[in-house]
Design a protein around this ligand. Structure first.
Ligand code: HEM
Length: 426
């Protein structure tokens, strides 16, 4: 067994506990993050041996880590596992908080107040199809600029980062320049605020609070502008829900908008950077897809969603009552961490899961989650991934990494994985 595994699987003698008699050994080292394209050996080991395992989170709280595909689907599809309960002040924590407890609970607030339907219609496939020509044009425009500047380019700074931010600004109806992008200063500030919101390691609480407050202040300016001149973006619908129906407070309006903006573009930056690296490391798959995009691009996008490990730590739930998951019993009040990225590499569901195969159709992946909190932005995400690859692959058929793959650097300390840069030549 490699040294890292021996270290990671150190265990301690548990308290006697009849309820958890099957598996009380605690696996040490969660969240096992090493960045990059490969699922960590610790997750692979758990998938083979203990699809539901006892862990301690970085805050010292005990929890269950679910890695098995079927077990993950079971937890996410079971209303007895609550997401809102993770904000409870005295409950167990998955990590040291990086944002106010309710910052990412906007969707639940919208469901509770009956406003979700109106707001989410902006993310429905028919609605986002309206943006498609513009999104295709944006992809071409960013590639033109990268090619004009000459090799080497950086697929993160030149393509993966500005692309989804501009799309999210358009969908929300935020102010941009004539090119559809926010100003350089706003791009920089948004990158910082979203990094803090998505940080996994402890940051200084004062910095966290200040960063979220600045993001809200920026959005308060946008809300004031939308009140004067509504337009037809998602923010206008949110503002109307607040002003016309009084459904929620101004604070909730700002938190919900901040959550949507950050989630909506930060996930795509990570994903597009990781997908680019995956395709550059599998040029035969990229080449096949580029030659037959109508047939292969849709399955290639789904396979990339399965293959790419965007998560670093999994999504959290609290059991509201005693529930059996796999071969363990989870007690009421316990924290359960669902490792979606591990589930999508479960060899029992996806044979040879570390192989990228553009035509794979084994099972539905869990990249967008499952059940009540299934990602409402999935259609917008798929559209962007499709447009980004449809523009990139045929345009630069000789695209390759400009540095050896081992020299790629990865973002550190975020809940999402991402390459820091992807230097390319063509
Ligand atoms: C590749 C891109 C994306 C991935 C991999 C992704 C993944 C996910 C996952 C796994 C969840 C479920 C979390 C849970 O169960 O606790 C989720 C929820 C969510 N996603 Fe996405 N997402 C992506 C893009 C987007 C976009 C573009 C938007 C917005 C426009 C968005 C908005 C949301 C929201 C608001 C939720 C919370 C839903 C709720 O609480 O019910 N996501 N996403």
């Amino acid at each position: 067994m490699p040294v890292t595994l021996r270290r990671a699987f150190r265990t301690y003698a548990p308290e006697p506990d009849a309820e958890h008699a099957i598996s009380t050994e605690t696996v040490v080292g969660y969240p096992f993050t090493s960045g990059g394209l490969e699922l960590e050996p610790e997750y692979k080991h758990l998938l083979r041996t203990r699809p539901v395992a006892r862990i301690t989170t970085p805050t010292g709280d005990p929890a269950w880590l679910v890695t098995g595909y079927e077990e993950c689907r079971a937890v996410l599809g079971d209303a007895r596992f609550s997401r809102s309960a993770i904000a409870a002040p005295a409950g167990p924590r998955q990590q040291i908080p990086s944002v106010p407890p309710n910052a990412f609970n906007g969707m639940e607030m919208l469901r509770r107040t009956g406003e979700a339907r109106a707001v989410l219609q902006h993310l429905r496939p028919r609605r986002i199809a309206i943006h498609r020509p513009w999104i295709e044009g944006l992809a071409e425009q960013l590639l033109d600029a990268m090619v004009r500047r000459g090799a080497p380019g950086d697929l993160v700074a030149d393509y993966a980062a500005p692309f989804p931010l501009a799309v999210m600004c358009r969908v929300l109806g935020l102010e941009t320049g004539r090119d559809g992008r926010p100003s350089y200063a706003d791009e920089e500030r948004l990158a910082y605020w979203s990094d803090v919101a998505f940080s996994m390691n402890s940051r200084d609480p004062t910095e966290i609070a200040a960063s979220w407050a600045e993001l809200r202040e920026y959005l308060a300016g946008e809300v004031a502008r939308v009140r004067r001149d509504p337009g037809d973006g998602m923010l206008a619908t949110l503002v109307a829900a607040r002003d016309d129906h009084g459904s929620f407070s101004e604070d909730e309006l700002l938190d919900t908008t901040a959550g949507l903006l950050v989630v909506g573009y930060k996930t795509l930056i990570s994903f597009l950077g990781l997908a680019a690296v995956a395709l550059l490391r599998h040029p035969e798959q990229a080449g096949r897809t580029a030659q037959d995009p109508v047939r292969l691009l849709p399955t290639a996008v789904e396979e990339l969603l399965r293959y790419v490990l965007i998560e670093n730590r999994g999504v959290a739930r609290i059991a509201t009552e005693r529930v059996r998951v796999g071969d363990v019993t989870v007690a009421a009040g316990e924290l359960v961490v669902v490792a979606l990225h591990a589930a999508d590499h479960d060899p029992g569901t996806f044979p040879d899961p570390g192989r990228l195969e553009a035509t794979r159709r084994d099972a539905e992946h869990l990249a967008f989650g499952h059940g009540e909190h299934f990602c409402p932005g999935s259609a917008l995400a798929r559209l962007q991934i499709h447009c980004a690859l449809a523009a990139l692959l045929p345009r630069l058929p000789a695209l390759r990494l400009a540095v050896p793959a081992e020299q790629l650097t990865w973002r550190d300390g975020l809940i999402l994985r991402a390459p820091a840069t992807v230097p390319v030549t063509w």
